[in-house]
Every structure is written in C-alpha cells, then in structure tokens.
Design a binder for this molecule. Sequence first.
Ligand code: NAD
Ligand code: AKB
Length: 315
Amino acid sequence: MQKILVIGALGQIGSELTAAFNARYGKENIVVADIHEDTNHLFPDNVFEKIDVTDSSAIEQAIERHRIDTIVNLAAILSASGEKNPDLAWNININGLLNVIRLGVKHRLDRVMVPSSIAVFGPQSVLYDTPQETVLTPNTMYGVTKVVGELLGDYYFKKTGIDFRGIRYPGIISNKTMPGGGTTDYAVEIFYEAVKNRHYTCFLSSESCLPMMYMPDCIRATIALLEADRRLLRHCGNYNVGAMSFTPEILANVIKKYIPDFTIDYKPDFRREIARYWPASVDDSAARSDWGWQPEWTLEIMVADMLQAVQKKCR
Ligand code: NAD
Ligand code: AKB
C-alpha cells in the first residue's frame, strides 16, 4: 500500500479521511479524486483528478499515470437521495464499485476499499445488537446497492483473490463537511440549528434509535481495517462497527445540558420509514476480534466536542 487513489474524496468522510491519509502516508502518496473540482481548496497540495467513478477509463488512466496500488472508493448516493433517484444510486453505487473491482483485478492492486452501511439491514433483520451474519432485506435502493456491493466484493475476492475490504458504517457525525443526502444527517444538522437558532425540527421521530459514530472513530476504524493483516480477516466488505446509539430525543437532551434554551420538535417524513428498519445497535465482535476495533468516543464527549467546533465555525 504505497500510492492511494481516494475517489469521492470531497464528501463528508472523504474530506477527513484524505486529510488523515496525508498525515499518515504523506500527501505525495495520496491522489485525490471526485466528480467535482476541489473549489473549497481542501487539498491544495495533493494531485487532484476530476473523475466520475462510472467512467472506467478515467480511473484506469489515473491508476497508470500515478502508479496507484490501493483504491478507496467513497463515491456514492446515500439513502435519502437514493430514494429520490434510485437509478442514479444503482449506477454510481454498483457500476462505480464494479469499475473499481475490475480495475483492481486487472492491475493487481494491493487492496480496494469500499464502505458498506447499516442500510444493508431491513425489516427481516434482528434490529437490536444486529449480528454480523443475518438476513439482509433492505427496503431502500441504497441498501440494495450496499448488499450487492458486499456480495460482489466477496465474490471477486474468492474468484480472483482481490483484497476487498469494507465497513458497515453507522451514521457518521462530523463538523468539517456537511453530510450528503442520508437518513442519519439529522444528527449533524441538529448541532448547527442548536447553535444558530436554539431550535431544531427533526425529520425522524423522537424514538428513532440508530447506531452512530463520531468522525475520529470512523477514521481510526477505516485505517485499522485498511492496514490489517489479510490473514486475520474472516470477512471482506461487511464488518459491523459500533460506537454509540441514541434517539433524537436523547441527543437533544444532551445538547440541552450545554444550551438550556434549546428546543426540538418532530415532523417525520419518508426518512422515518427508512430509519425504522435500520438497527438500533450492532454486534461488532468480528471487527473487535479480527482487527482490534474499539470505539473511543461516547455520546457525551462527542456532543461537547461537536458543540465547541460548530460554535467556532458559526462565530
Ligand atoms: P458524501 O455524499 O458526503 O460524499 C460522496 C462524494 O462522492 C462527494 O464528494 C461527491 O461529489 C462524490 N461523488 C458523487 N458521485 C460521484 C461520481 N459519480 N464519481 C466520483 N465522485 C462522486 O458521502 P459520504 O458520507 O462521505 O460517504 C462515503 C461512503 O461511506 C459512501 O459509500 C457511503 O455510502 C458510506 N457511508 C457513509 C455514512 C455516513 O454517515 N456518512 C454511513 C454509512 C456508509
Ligand atoms: C445514510 O443515512 O444514508 C448514511 C448511512 C447510514 O449509510 N448515513
């Protein structure tokens, strides 16, 4: 793993994961790619490639030009946006992933990482302490693409030996780049509204309990899995990872400890139905035993840190 191409690097996770890669592996070894130009100058010192993940030849040219040996593909359409445009979600999430896998096989890349999501679960899954191996019947196109992505990674690993890795991320909470079109986005938006307006209208119901993770844990988990010894991994692209679980009501009550006049009300929309069939918590014992996963951030310390960061940004 010497030269990494990060596709979808300007999004919520990519903007922080790429910065962590720069610090760990050196920015000369990280090629940043996205369908959009880096207009916010997030990575002025990295080589930048404007790449559409559905364009196989553009990815191949980047692999050859920069002697890439690892691809981390973060380009995706998330759950809420995917329900509005399922064809687009299928095209980017599946055809993009297949391009990355096929080129990984062709160019004998060291490894390929594509995230999965808690969205793989559905009405038939056990929704508390959800096991690694369980029934996967998602009821969103996003979830369907994530199940297919896990299966394709597993299939090509067994058939070709390509080292495909991925985590079923829970909802990721962060303060650098806003999330893009997901069901768990409320858990970021709420901080900005609390700081700016002292009020938030939530699109989920007060009792929608979901697994969540603060970005520093997401970065640690991703790097730990990326660097793990393949011989210790019993799975490919479907590791459950847990950190914290809460409802909008619980989150609002912790925020109130810092902003006592903060209020919340609820106007659930279609995203409530998506959240309803996602787990409340996951069993991540495979990640713990295979590659040493251990979360560090709890709800209480995450809220304190988020509020401090968002207050600074909004000044
Ligand atoms: P995001 O929407 O914030 O970022 C995606 C990035 O991909 C954007 O910069 C976008 O410009 C880019 N992109 C979109 N279409 C593209 C295309 N055709 N070609 C190249 N780039 C394209 O998403 P994210 O939250 O950073 O998610 C990254 C990955 O993690 C996705 O696979 C997502 O499913 C997964 N995930 C995220 C979360 C979360 O809470 N953020 C949770 C579970 C899984
Ligand atoms: C979404 O809500 O779509 C994402 C996810 C959990 O995959 N944040």
